[in-house]
Design a protein. Structure first.
Length: 289
């Protein structure tokens, strides 16, 4: 995987470390000898896909640069008992960094693992599973990276990256403009830079032709049934990319993919994920003072 920007990793990890130990780790400082050194292993308790090693490593290094980390690569599958990384160095520092390092790698690995499960369900179709903006505030860069680790793709990163006209935009437009939907979208298109992508969400088949008439790049079919999606794909017939969203779960994504849509966006990849069970085990035989 292409690494994350280190400056962004360090900024967020530093904030997390400062939140967790604003004046240091009182327990370790009063109980653990200052000269004690240990080796700890990041061990998988369950199957998954690895993501977040760069943040795990940053948590260790920002706590104490003397900590040496060796790790597997993100995107790799793992199984219970696998050692995903080792950290060796001052015991106090490793204990202080432990929870933040684990929080990041557990959550991001959970996202990568769930994404891989969705992707597996769409095999043999042309549909690509992508994320949404339903991410944890300030952690979007990392959570979307984890989606890629799991084999998924990314939607627009922010509101500034592309035009995505959703139902609330259309409701406000209808109440404040005398233009037809096609006219309004054409005017929006005319005011956009030539590189900007224009996507419009529709929640009823009757909206498809007025939207297509404006020359949109992507049409988002929201909460359509599989039969409605299949009919819409045939109607659109390559005039725009077709994205499906709404009611996308592991038990529904296969049926959605088989309708012929190009993209399936699933907020669940980031907003309903379970952190994986990973542990940091101290290796007593490597402890020393």
């Amino acid at each position: 995987m292409q690494p994350l920007p280190q400056y962004a990793v360090d900024r967020i990890v530093r904030q997390a470390l400062d939140e967790d130990a604003p004046w240091g780790d009182l327990t370790s400082q009063t109980l653990i000898p200052a000269q004690a050194r240990v080796k700890a292993s990041l061990v998988a308790r369950e199957h998954g896909i690895l993501a977040g090693i760069q943040l795990f490593t940053a948590a260790m290094h920002l706590t104490d640069p003397e900590i040496h980390v060796q790790a597997q690569h993100d995107g790799q599958p793992f199984f219970p008992g696998d050692v995903l990384a080792t950290a060796e160095g001052p015991a106090r520092a490793i204990l202080q960094a432990e929870r933040i390092a684990l929080n990041f790698v557990q959550r991001l690995s959970g996202i990568a693992t769930l994404t891989a499960q969705f992707v597996e369900q769409t095999k043999g179709t042309k549909a690509r599973v992508v994320d949404t903006r339903k991410t944890t505030p300030t952690l979007r860069l990392f959570e979307r990276y984890a989606v890629r680790c799991g084999g998924g793709g990314n939607h627009r990163y922010s509101l500034s990256d592309a035009v995505l006209v959703k139902d609330n935009h259309l409701a406000v437009l209808a109440a404040n403009s005398s233009q037809t939907l096609t006219e309004a979208l054409r005017e929006a298109r005319a005011n956009l830079p030539h590189t900007a992508h224009l996507e419009v969400e529709v929640d009823h088949p009757d909206q498809i032709e007025p939207v297509l008439a404006a020359g949109v790049d992507t049409i988002l079919l929201d909460n359509f049934t599989p039969d409605q999606l299949r009919a819409a794909v045939q109607q659109i017939n390559g005039r725009a990319l077709v994205e499906a969203s709404g009611n996308v779960r592991l038990d529904t994504v296969r049926a959605i993919a088989e309708t012929g849509v190009d993209l399936i966006s699933a907020g669940a990849l980031t907003h309903s994920v379970r952190s994986l069970d990973l542990g940091l085990d101290i290796l007593p035989e490597h402890s020393s003072q």
